[in-house]
Design a protein. Structure first.
Length: 193
């Protein structure tokens, strides 16, 4: 039976934690305003959808050919999440916004060089979705778009709170980073149960 709680825990925590999409969305909104940041976020959504669909069908194809890849992929995913947890815990109290770009194309092309998206998609597929929906094209397509949509909603949230969230995050950074780190450790452990 598909475990929605573990799946959504992993997806939401991974999607909401700081990464290139979220930081740049927040930075754009704080510099240009929420409305002017929307094209950038729509670009993220399109690029995110393309990458997620690619990773979904690549994972499905590889798991058909080489089922022995699942456990190593879970280990890689867990190590990556533990690394993210460490980096989040050790990160500074100040959110850097010196790489702000605005526009649809910038948002879309960022996805092709964003390693967080690839790992998010592959780990989601290998750990949660493929064991239950292996080779079910319609379901895999739907899950891929769901992953991209959740990521898009999280970037919109970071944009929406823009400078307010930036101030709050900076003020309570150690507490927020510690909580996010613990959630990431939980997600890494839950991959194996």
């Amino acid at each position: 039976m598909f475990n929605w709680f573990n799946f959504l825990s992993y997806v939401l925590i991974t999607a909401i934690t700081p990464g290139p999409n979220n930081i740049m969305s927040m930075s754009n909104a704080s510099k240009f305003g929420f409305k002017k940041s929307i094209p950038f976020n729509l670009g993220i959504w399109l690029g995110f959808s393309i990458i997620t669909l690619f990773c979904t069908f690549l994972s499905n194809f590889l798991s058909n050919l080489i089922p022995k890849l699942k456990f190593p992929m879970l280990i890689i995913g867990a190590i990556y999440m533990l690394w993210l947890a460490w980096k989040t815990f050790k990160s500074s109290d100040i959110i850097e916004d010196n790489f702000s770009h605005n526009g649809f194309v910038s948002g879309m092309t960022l996805q092709f060089v964003n390693p967080k998206i690839y790992l998010y998609s592959i780990v989601s597929m290998e750990a949660y979705i493929l064991p239950h929906y292996h080779s079910q094209i319609k379901e895999l397509f739907t899950f891929a778009l769901l992953l991209a949509f959740i990521g898009f909603i999280c970037t919109l949230l970071w944009s929406l709170f823009g400078s307010i969230f930036k101030v709050l995050f900076s003020k309570y950074a150690k507490i927020v980073n510690s909580i996010m780190s613990l959630f990431l450790v939980y997600c890494a452990i839950s991959l194996f149960f």
